[in-house]
Ligand binder design. Sequence first.
Ligand code: PLP
Length: 373
Amino acid sequence: MAASLRSAAVLTIDLDAIVANWLELARRVAPGACAAVVKADAYGLGAAQVAAALYRAGCRFFFVALMEEGIALRPVLPADAVIHVLHGPLPGTELDCVEHGLIPVLNAPDQVQRYRALAQRLDRVLPAALQFDTGMARMGLQERELEQLAAQRDGWQGIDVRLAMSHLVSAEEPDNPLNALQLQRFERLRALLPACPASLANSSGIFLGGAYHFNLARPGAALYGVAPVPGRAHPLRSVIRLQARLLQVRDVGEGEGVGYNHTWQAARPSRIATVSVGYADGYLRSLSNRATLRFRGHDLPLVGRVSMDTVTVDVSRVPANALQPGTFFDLIDEVQDINALAAQAGTNAYEILTQLGHRYERRHLGSSAGNLA
Ligand SMILES: *Cc1c(COP(=O)(O)O)cnc(C)c1O
């Protein structure tokens, strides 16, 4: 059996497009630096491959969410790549940061204290980033906590604060007044810290303009083709292609139902193709009766419910002899991208990306592919 025929569905990841997107974002935030957020396995696209490609393009700052993600990424990248761990260490794992060369983002007073204690125990000054809360109410020191720490003589003792950061609540809504409010709070709170580089913008934040760029931008989604402002034109390339194979074809008569609960009934005699992808692959059930699949230039409606492992498609318009089992249908491509699919599913493109299935054969393409020497 040919190797390529073993995979029921193939996810192709264009590393050159990710690099092009990073270069475009880096150009916009210059003279500030541009990091790459590669948490959640680079939003499902492969953190090791993505980080290596971006390092090769000049990226030196990376962010993951979890300690274990940082520990896994460290050996992939040369020593001059800075890896920040957004959640910082859980109690008792502080030493992992030192041993694995990771920069923790410290988010709460107890986390700061435990890191200070480690520095004292090792008799070293340890690098860290500090996050404070300017409105998200999720992670980061609150204003009062930051003031208390700043007022203590040994507040940052043993900690080399390398980065002051915060996170925007509604950056994808350029007209939301919360953006300017958070920017103001950020300016005010970072003055409480020792002088150090600052970072506020995620992907969409970069497109709010230069006031939001500071010294380091932290885009994730835009690298992977997510539109910074949903529904609006943007300069980013589409990065992934998802294809799934035809399993079988049947004719159904007028009035016959298709799939679980017969949520679709044929209004006329129709030909239905069953394609090998389902909600177990992150092809969301909310796409039932809504998505379009593409086959040799035809836009074809998904009909009936998305099942766990299959979807059904109305292929009445396609010449019968083209419908051979094993042939690929396109589910995501540059015509129907993750942003369009997200709109059909009633979610955002972040969720489409991070739910991408583990059964897909992942092919990383591009001249940026491959391990670093
Ligand atoms: C996930 C995350 C980012 C990246 O956000 P995008 O919207 O994907 O660009 C940046 N900063 C923090 C703190 C995050 O959690």
